[in-house]
Design a protein around this ligand. Structure first.
Ligand SMILES: [Zn+2]
Length: 67
């Protein structure tokens, strides 16, 4: 799985560097923190915040529309 840093969401094109569409939970650590966010398409993202900014380290699948 290649790094997703600096890219956009492959599902909906939301820029990873932009403000998260929705922050589900935040877990501050000494060096920054971890954010669980939901993208505009519904996919879950794990973002690590450190001194260099925010990186998307894990991305789930979008929420199926309908059904
Ligand atoms: Zn998305």
């Amino acid at each position: 799985m290649p790094s997703t840093t600096g890219l956009v969401c492959p599902h909906c094109g939301w820029p990873d560097g932009a403000e998260p569409f929705q922050v589900l939970s935040a877990h501050p650590t000494g060096a920054g923190g971890t954010l669980w966010t939901r993208c505009a398409c519904g996919s879950l993202q794990a973002r690590v915040v450190d001194g260099h900014g925010t990186r998307v380290v894990s991305r789930g699948r979008p929420t199926p529309a309908g059904c």
